[in-house]
Design a binder for this molecule. Sequence first.
Ligand code: PEP
Ligand code: MN
Length: 336
Amino acid sequence: MIIVLKQNPSQEKVEQLSAALRDLGLTLHFSQGVSTSLIGLVGDTSRINIDMIEANEIVESVKRVSEPYKAANRKFHPQDTVVNVNGCKIGEGFLSVIAGPCSVESEEQIIEVAKAVKASGAKFLRGGAFKPRTSPYAFQGLHGEGIKLLLKAKKEVHMPIVTELMSLNHLDLFSDVDVIQVGARNMQNFEMLKELGHSNKPILLKRGLANTIEEFLMSAEYIMAGGNENVILCERGIRTFEPSTRNTLDLSAVPMLKHLSHLPVVIDPSHATGIPWMVKPLSKAAISAGADALMIEVHNNPACALCDGAQSLTPEAFDDVMNAVKAQAKFENKII
Ligand code: PEP
Ligand code: MN
């Protein structure tokens, strides 16, 4: 971090600021130019309050030269993190597929979809019991009953389950859930992230609709700072000016996230595009870009789905996508 000082600062104030910075365990390097003086800070600057330094009367500006996240940062953890859920791995050269309906609707529905996606090669079963809907009049999910049905399906097909937590008030219902999803709309629900930091469950953290990669990694940092290092990052499309797809899939986020962080990365082409026929080409592209997993919505009867039917694949279409995914994974030397 570099602090640019205002012209001709009082020596006394410089000494006061320097002492406060040294108290934070930092080493200071001074550089005196013709008209500008700089202080370079060396050490862990992740806990520094930049606003407070900027508010100091002798400070002109503050520039970060290193990332504000530490636990999620590849620089401090060069080897890839592998999330292992009962032997189903995300990372370490595996290409895992998480598939299932947008929302759990009935026992028949979730079990039929679970069997179909398993037969096609999916490793994880997804399904929402609590749904974040734009309209309060839209189907909100089956709540506790939905979790029970997911657990029944899990028993039936022996696949780990992934489902979204929308409020900490519901956390008790998630005790047998394998992976807790934090949806795009809750990516910056900091109280929720902090609490999940104390959980021992893997967290699938979705990128917010309009959040930068740094903000995304700072949200992962919230969870990791509490001691939970099992975080899976999920890019699910961001809001742009382009209306032909539901969102814009930021595929460049995959190599960038993998460059900046050691956490595994999942691509969700279903929510990114909202279009079932785009799932295949973008799944292949995601694997090429280095994604560790895919999350795909599948419904046994998309036309009657209570949520996101228009973007859901039928089990047959999913099987076709999986054939392409398997071929692409093989080409990229990934184990599927
Ligand atoms: C979902 O996975 O069903 C979902 C609501 O996703 P997102 O938070 O990415 O919109
Ligand atoms: Mn959905």
